[in-house]
Design a protein around this ligand. Structure first.
Ligand code: HEC
Ligand code: HEC
Ligand code: HEC
Ligand code: HEC
Length: 221
């Protein structure tokens, strides 16, 4: 309780300094959302809270794969990834699962501060705005299973290949399927942790991409 009250006071101060727009806390705590790109508690419109922008404990929206969701959801139609050598084409469709939740800020059609039933005005800035054309982004929302790794031998078998995500002391080891895929599909959250829990860096990567380690977790290149 004492911590909570202290947190409130600090957030009120931050809110007073930066009245509108996107404001981030200055010091990140390793391995948590606090101070990360998704900590909007310093923005006046968040009321000084962190989780509420995306989640609510009660009366949440009933959306598939959306954990107690409180943010307005995108209704855009997306251009999906395609290429002659892409073997996931058979199962790729419109973004689904938790990727829809990411795109509900990152496609630039829904304001970051549209949550809890209110419509905001703060559109995500710069390169973080991916737009609705995902044909120039790594494919998402397709099935990555053992069969795909047979069709494309340049991929590791996700059901038998182990990977370790996160940064000590917060790490998780398991198969690609268990720790990176969601219901067998590759999603935004395969590579990123929205809560910065199993990452430690500004792009919220589950595995550092130094020496392309993230890419080589799945691609046998
Ligand atoms: C910017 C949006 C955003 C914020 C802020 C946010 N979350 Fe999430 N959360 C998500 C998304 C998206 C998912 C589903 C994707 C995933 O699990 O990676 C999720 C999933 C979860 C889950 C279920 C899966 C899991 O990781 O265990 C829990 C529990 C959760 N969030 C708790 C919290 C809490 C507690 C806070 C505040 C400290 C918080 N979240 C802040 C976006 C957010
Ligand atoms: C409530 C809106 C919201 C949701 C939902 C959300 N984000 Fe973000 N995200 C932001 C904002 C705002 C930023 C900061 C953009 C900036 O100022 O550069 C950000 C930053 C990021 C960054 C770092 C960008 C950089 O330039 O370093 C990544 C990566 C990211 N988000 C991925 C995700 C993923 C993956 C999900 C879903 C699992 C998600 N986000 C869900 C609003 C959101
Ligand atoms: C296959 C892994 C992978 C997937 C899937 C993925 N990303 Fe990323 N993302 C990355 C990497 C790696 C970077 C860092 C790029 C860099 O530093 O040049 C990144 C960077 C970003 C950034 C920072 C801005 C930029 O363009 O550098 C945002 C925002 C982001 N990703 C959001 C998303 C969202 C939203 C999704 C789902 C629609 C997604 N990512 C899917 C690997 C991925
Ligand atoms: C979680 C596993 C995973 C990670 C991490 C990952 N990829 Fe992929 N990637 C895949 C899968 C699966 C495919 C689909 C391959 C196919 O079906 O042809 C794919 C597709 C691609 C394609 C398109 C292939 C084509 O034929 O059009 C490229 C290029 C690519 N990835 C590059 C990268 C790079 C670069 C990184 C690191 C930034 C990365 N990937 C990280 C799993 C991953």
């Amino acid at each position: 309780m004492a911590n909570k009250i202290k947190g409130r006071v600090q957030n009120v101060l931050a809110g007073g300094l930066i009245a509108a727009g996107l404001a981030f806390a200055t010091s990140a705590t390793a391995g948590t959302i606090v101070g990360s790109q998704h900590d909007f508690s310093g923005s006046g419109w968040s009321g000084g809270e962190i989780c509420i922008v995306c989640h609510t404990p009660h009366n949440a929206a009933t959306i598939t794969d959306a954990p107690l969701w409180n943010h307005a959801v995108t209704t855009a139609t997306f251009t999906t990834y395609t290429s002659p050598s892409f073997d996931g084409l058979a199962t790729i469709g419109q973004p689904d699962g938790s990727s829809v939740l990411c795109l509900s800020c990152h496609d630039g059609t829904v304001a970051v501060d549209s949550f809890g039933g209110t419509t905001g005005t703060t559109i995500i800035p710069g390169v973080a705005n991916l737009g609705t054309d995902l044909s120039n982004d790594h494919p998402i929302s397709f099935t990555y299973d053992a069969a795909l790794a047979v069709t494309d031998p340049g991929l590791f078998d996700p059901t038998t290949t182990n990977v370790t995500i996160g940064v000590a002391p917060k790490v998780k080891t398991g198969t690609i399927n268990d720790v990176m895929l969601l219901s067998g599909k590759l999603q935004c959250a395969s590579c990123h942790d929205v809560h910065n829990g199993f990452t430690n860096g500004p792009t919220l990567l589950r595995i550092s991409n130094a020496s392309s380690a993230l890419c080589m977790a799945c691609h046998d290149k």
